[in-house]
Design a protein around this ligand. Structure first.
Ligand code: CA
Length: 220
């Protein structure tokens, strides 16, 4: 799962980046509206945290341009405290949720989890696929009730697939959604992670669909 953080205050941007990385997301950042607009138009994100007060181009305009250009990723805006009109303008511009500054990181993480699962039509934070359970709140994965230890990359891969059960996901899509832009990408590493993950899950959980990619078996 890949998230874009748009925030011009360096300390807050770093704090958000660290918290999201800890929570298992691949994180990209932008410090102004122009960079944000470009990244949001050219890279696929599973969610965006967008501050509205930004240098060069304000967050509301960035959001309007994304939506006008057909970008549908979930966007959570950060608004000034007590500014109800900012919230209204943000939601009308296409934001999916908002959080007023200052906020608790835990609340931001919970709202992002909800946005990401709803964007895939999922209602529960506990994802199940056969014997596998993935709790998006704790990052805990179990098979038949037993905890499975996963590396952060393995977790990110499994979480991406479990948000899309039964859907074929190409290696390119995985590469784009599991790594931030500055990460040295190599689609062969996806195969390596899939192989490692398969060894930790019940047999035939992750199917290879020849020439197309991978699919999480619904009856796994
Ligand atoms: Ca700001």
């Amino acid at each position: 799962m890949r998230v874009l953080v748009v925030e011009d205050e360096p300390a807050l941007r770093r704090q958000l980046h660290a918290a999201l990385a800890d929570a298992g997301y691949a994180v990209d950042e932008a410090a102004d509206g122009v960079d944000a607009q470009h990244l949001g138009e050219t890279e696929p994100f599973d969610a965006v945290v967008l501050d509205l007060g930004l240098p060069r181009l304000d967050g509301l305009t960035v959001l309007q341009r994304w939506r006008a250009g057909g970008r549908t990723m979930p966007v959570l805006i950060l608004t000034a405290r007590d500014s109800w009109h900012e919230k209204v303008a943000g939601i009308d511009a296409g934001a999916d949720d908002y959080l007023a500054k200052p906020f608790h990181t835990e609340e931001l993480l919970a709202r992002l989890r909800a946005l990401i699962r709803r964007s895939q039509g999922l209602a529960s934070p506990l994802l199940r696929c056969g014997a596998i359970e993935l709790d998006t709140r704790s990052g805990r994965v179990t098979v038949d009730g037993r905890t499975v230890a996963l590396t952060s990359h393995e977790y990110r891969l499994l979480a991406y697939l479990m948000h899309r059960p039964g859907r074929v996901v190409s290696r390119t899509e995985l590469t784009e959604h599991l790594y931030a832009q500055d990460f040295e990408r190599d689609s062969n590493t996806i195969e390596v992670f899939v192989a490692r993950l398969r060894r930790k899950l019940p047999p035939d959980t992750i199917e290879t669909v020849r020439g197309l990619g991978y699919r999480l078996a619904l009856g796994a």
